[in-house]
Design a protein around this ligand. Sequence first.
Ligand SMILES: C[S@@+](CC[C@H](N)C(=O)[O-])C[C@H]1O[C@@H](n2cnc3c(N)ncnc32)[C@H](O)[C@@H]1O
Length: 227
Amino acid sequence: MSTSDKEMQRYNHYISQLFAVEDDLLEATRAMMQQEGLPSINVSASEGQLLHLLALMSGARRILEIGALGGYSAIWLARALPADGKLITLELDEHHAAVARRNLDAAGVGAMVEVRVGPALASLTAMQQAGEAPFDLIFIDADKDGYVDYLQKAVTLVREGGVILADNTLPDAVLDENGDSGAKRYNAAVAAHPALVSGIVPVLRQEGMDGLTISIKRTRGTARASV
Ligand SMILES: C[S@@+](CC[C@H](N)C(=O)[O-])C[C@H]1O[C@@H](n2cnc3c(N)ncnc32)[C@H](O)[C@@H]1O
């Protein structure tokens, strides 16, 4: 049995038009990204809605994102925060960061989102050293070769019971059977991590299917919890 790309597109369309209809501000964000020459590698609307839902389910007040691009996923996430919530998003590229700030301001969430520019690993290390308050949810979506390093930092920066998400973790891990992709190493690392309970949810986008790896940090005192 095989599922054609056309079927996948129909599934994606069904989910998006029912649950993840973009408003004018999200549409304008994508238009601005295109106008500014940013690549179209943001999450799909249906995945954005899934991120929004997961942030609400975890009662997130503080969110960390690794990989801002033009701020599209950050808008979906920030919209799940309470009025006094905070989202920090890390971005390597100055131009991407500038476009993200503009889009976040235009979407009305600029005051609760901070875009930090620099290599994510250095920013994460600086956060650890500065004793950054724990995050309720961390979304990893930049530079797959760095995913395992980001995971190690994320496990220390997320609160017990908090959520760590990683994007683009399915085709790269499965179809490159003999390879050693960042996604494959990431999935193996979370599956073996004693402090995490993890799984993968397939996600649909216009170009086909991908995966979102979801982990929850165990609460101390529960089985297998030791960081
Ligand atoms: C897939 S895009 C993020 C998409 C965004 N989360 C969304 O869905 O709207 C990845 C972003 O990570 C940034 N990036 C790549 N390597 C990075 C690094 N080492 N540190 C921080 N950001 C990085 C890229 O410049 C790019 O903007």
